[in-house]
Design a protein around this ligand. Structure first.
Ligand code: ZN
Length: 527
């Protein structure tokens, strides 16, 4: 069955709670992050991300500065802008984004390669250290930005740039002679290529995603091969020499995916990888990969998930620990990991419409993703503690990562722009649709136009209260399925004020209401 993601142009989010966060992203976070990317915030750590592109494009002299994955901050910012433009057009912001896109295009090499670190600092070292250097990760974020910008504005400029990049990657990697047998140390390209495939319908992008997934963890191990080939040099020495190469479970590369039984390693890498695999499983109709997703999903949510929707309890390696090891005070639970968890959950939901996946999305969004951002939109948690110990948190060796207050822009700024893109695209997580059913997955005040010919307007006091009321406009005989959350001990569903027998209509966490909907009909859930 085809699952349609609901186009963000066909919905508005206007409820007081979510609307306020989206407005915050528009009015404060996006401009603030733009200033940060341009190093205009004196008290924040330098970013240099835009300048890196200017240098790579030959528009100015200078040296690359920042993390090896600094480009991804620009890509995530562009994606947040794209989703925000869907919600509220802003000519000036769109113009700024267009200029950034031109800058990104100018930094692209003749052959399609695009990465400012390697172009500026180490042009001879392209694709020599996939285990440690985030080259495919940055490419993935750029591809996501290109897809998002096209979906949001209809403009193809960045999409064309990232297609050239993806085509270049497709020429470098694979099983043909003279191709590299590699795959990324930090997954991300997989989910990005699947998004690119959905938009372009070019089978080579799905085939490339499939290649990266299937090559992962095979023997002889690619990390070791490239390590030998480059003379055993190492980029990061945080936990000893070449630890990222040696510690293969850290990047889920210890075994082929089909042989992995537990969620291990760096939590963000794990969920990014699995979001791509779940998307691939659905579109390639691959039952084996679907089973891989289910097995690893179950281990993660049943044994390694915080009550807040946080994952990855260890600060060492920002990683999963062992089953049931979920300390409150030495927690890690990175904001990005909960965002990636939402990606994975959404793709699982598209494979099989079960309320448990949406329950996890909701848990992660309201308790960790939103909490990652301060209410003024200017400070962010990277680590999300459940308990803070005065005088110890942020200070003692055991609690160093657990800061009691949110800091400003980080040198490693993965989380803030990730929160921004998730908040501004929230609407696409709230609904989904297939040939015969319109699904309400999360509760968001506002309006959504379905493909079935009816429009739903939702009023809700969620999350502070437990009611969501939908008023229908238009007429159609169709099915609307509304999620009945597992946490709701007692739920009441009414259609035009009359109670529905939930036992009779509920399957896998959704109540299915099929009827000839008429103008003015109401569907109301009390949780
Ligand atoms: Zn992060």
């Amino acid at each position: 069955m085809n699952v349609l993601e609901v186009d963000l142009h066909k919905l508005t989010v206007s409820d007081p709670f979510l609307g306020q966060y989206q407005q915050l992203v528009r009015d404060v976070v996006i401009p603030y992050q733009w200033a940060a990317l341009n190093d205009r915030i004196a008290e924040a750590e330098p970013s240099h991300a835009i300048e890196n592109f200017r240098i790579a494009a030959g528009l100015q002299d200078g040296e690359f500065y920042g993390m090896v994955f600094q480009d991804s901050d620009v890509a995530k910012w562009l994606e947040a802008v794209a989703w925000s433009l869907c919600q509220k057009p802003d000519a000036e912001l769109e113009k700024t984004a267009d200029e950034v896109i031109e800058l990104v295009a100018a930094a692209q090499c003749e052959d399609g390669y695009l990465n400012t670190y390697f172009t500026v600092k180490a042009p001879d070292e392209r694709w020599t250290n996939l285990a440690e250097c985030h080259e495919l990760y940055c490419a993935g974020h750029l591809i996501e930005a290109g897809v998002a910008f096209f979906q949001a504005t209809g403009k193809r400029r960045l999409l064309e740039v990232v297609c050239r990049l993806a085509d270049h990657i497709d020429s470098v990697f694979g099983l043909r002679e003279n191709q590299l047998r590699g795959y990324p140390g930090h997954p991300e390209i997989e989910l990005a290529l699947m998004r690119l495939y959905e938009v372009t319908q070019q089978p080579r992008y799905m085939a490339l995603a499939n290649y990266f997934v299937e090559q992962r963890g095979t023997q002889p191990h690619f990390y070791d091969i490239e390590y030998e080939k480059r003379g055993k040099t190492s980029f990061w020495n945080t936990y000893g020499p070449a630890w990222m190469v040696m510690d293969k479970p850290y990047s889920q590369a210890h075994l082929p995916l089909a042989e992995q039984t537990t969620a291990v390693g760096h939590a963000v890498r794990f969920v990014y990888l699995m979001a791509g695999v779940a998307h691939l499983a659905r579109l390639s109709k691959n039952e084996g990969k679907r089973q891989d997703c289910l097995r690893l999903w179950k281990n993660m949510v049943q044994r390694q998930l915080y009550i807040t929707g946080g994952i990855g309890s260890q600060s060492s390696g920002e990683a999963f620990s062992s089953d049931y090891d979920l300390p409150n005070d030495t927690v890690y639970a990175e904001s990005c990991a909960s965002i990636g968890l939402m990606f994975f959950a959404k793709k699982m939901l598209e494979n099989e419409h079960r309320g448990e996946y949406a329950d996890v999305m909701e848990r992660a969004f309201y308790n960790t993703v939103l909490a990652g951002m301060q209410l003024d939109g200017k400070r962010f948690f990277y680590v999300n503690p459940l308990e803070v110990v005065p005088g110890i948190s942020g200070k003692a060796v055991t609690h160093r990562a657990v800061l009691p207050t949110r800091p400003q822009w980080y040198a490693c700024a993965c989380c803030p722009p990730n929160v921004a893109r998730m908040v501004s695209s929230f609407g696409s997580y709230a609904y989904s649709e297939n040939e015969d059913t319109f699904f309400i997955d999360l509760y968001a005040g506002g309006t959504v136009k379905t493909e079935k010919g009816i429009t739903l307007t939702c009023e809700t006091d969620f999350p502070h209260g437990g009611t969501a009321k939908y008023t229908i406009k238009g007429e159609a005989e169709t099915t609307v399925a509304i999620r009945i959350p597992a946490w709701s001990e007692k739920s009441l569903l009414t259609v035009n004020g009359e109670a529905v027998d939930l036992n009779a209509v509920t399957k896998d966490g959704y109540a299915y209401i099929t009827r000839a909907w008429k103008d003015g009909d109401t569907l109301a859930l009390t949780m």
